[in-house]
Write a protein that binds this ligand. Structure first.
Ligand code: DNO
Length: 354
């Protein structure tokens, strides 16, 4: 397994490559070119510029998180073909730059959603949290502005203003799209791009819905074992794979994460690891990574990865905000560095106990 950290690029991140290279055991980053509008081609020049920058710190770009999918592809509009052609060009250019993994999601309109980006715990740290009744009773437009107000000045990944400017129009457009339609649109997309992925050796790793249930009446499909089975079968190629996110899938108690890791094995290309602490109903906080701090058993999760001999890319996921750090919600340096060290520690122990 290769341990990485997510890095948003020097103009979009408070954490530097210098910081990242000082975390023991972290050898690479996953990154994205956030200034390129969704749907446009990523040129080889722009990719190479980022690659050389990362490599000048002795780190490697292990994958892209994310090349976002244009809404017209998710909506199945006629113009999707143009955006798919662009996506294939991006795949080709990433391959030329020796980058072989793309993480993406197929969630309509929003990426991940929380009701609070800075819930204060007793120890004065803050965490991302989800309170179902708040999300169920808020106008999504109001939520967008509240999220932006609490995001320490960073536009959240997946919540870029340019992506959300037509939010009302998007909501109307999705009224016509059922879950079956969304699945068909995902299939159309994958059938079109996977041959290029095979040719250029670039693996696709879909990220599950976060949280793993529909919100705001929008269809959502990537949130349970049955639908993941469908996804993997509909284009049965190793290049059509998964980002297995413990915190996203794990928020639904019916998703048994160690079991899913063993089941999907080498179709998992990217592992996002974080813990969550369940409260009443569907409510949860994103706790520190330690098993004792949350509801998921990190030892069992790492053991499952060892059993499948996971050779893919791993990263600690969201962290708390601690030690007065000001950073993108979920993406500070300190708690993610602690998370990475903890996961590497579990991994070393599991190896030595074999
Ligand atoms: C949350 C992340 C997601 C993920 C995208 C993939 O912090 O895990 O934003 O990167 O859903 O496209």
């Amino acid at each position: 397994m290769k341990m990485t950290l997510r890095w948003f690029g020097k103009d979009h991140d408070s954490v530097s490559l210098e910081h990242i290279r000082q975390i023991p055991g972290v050898t690479g980053v996953v990154t994205s070119l956030l200034d390129i509008p969704v749907g446009d081609i990523w040129s080889l020049e722009e990719i190479m510029e980022r690659k050389l920058e990362v490599e000048s710190y002795g780190l490697k770009i292990e994958g892209i998180e994310s090349v976002n999918i244009h809404e017209n592809i998710k909506l199945g509009l006629p113009s999707r073909d143009k955006y798919i052609t662009n996506y294939i060009e991006t795949i080709k250019n990433l391959s030329k730059a020796d980058i072989h993994l793309i993480c993406y999601n197929f969630m309509p309109v929003f990426d991940w959603t929380r009701s609070d980006l800075a819930k204060r715990l007793e120890d004065n740290s803050t965490v991302l949290s989800y309170e179902a009744t708040l999300v169920e009773n808020i106008d999504p437009m109001v939520m967008v502005s509240e999220m932006e107000a609490k995001s320490s000045g960073y536009s959240l990944p997946g919540w870029e203003p340019e992506r959300l400017k037509d939010i009302k129009v998007l909501f109307d457009a999705y009224k016509e799209v059922s879950e079956e339609d969304l699945f068909e649109n995902l299939k159309y997309f994958l059938k079109a791009i996977i041959p290029a992925c095979e040719k250029y050796d670039v693996k696709m790793a879909i990220h599950p819905d976060d949280p793993p249930w529909p919100i705001f009446g929008l269809p959502r499909i990537m949130n349970c074992e049955k639908n993941i089975d469908l996804l993997l079968e509909m284009v049965d190629s190793p290049y059509n794979g998964l980002t297995l996110c413990t915190g996203s899938l794990g928020a639904n108690k019916a998703n048994d994460i160690p079991k899913l890791i063993r089941k999907y094995g080498n179709r998992i290309h990217f592992a996002h690891i974080r813990n969550i602490k369940f409260h009443e109903g569907r409510d949860f906080d994103e706790s520190a990574h330690l098993s004792s701090k949350g509801s998921l058993d990190m030892y069992e999760i790492m053991k499952a990865y060892h059993e499948i001999d996971f050779q893919g890319i791993m990263r600690p996921d969201h962290g708390r905000m601690i030690w007065d750090e000001v950073a993108r919600p979920g993406y500070g340096l300190y708690d993610r560095a602690i998370g990475a060290s903890y996961l590497l520690g579990l991994s070393e122990a599991i190896d030595k106990l074999k």
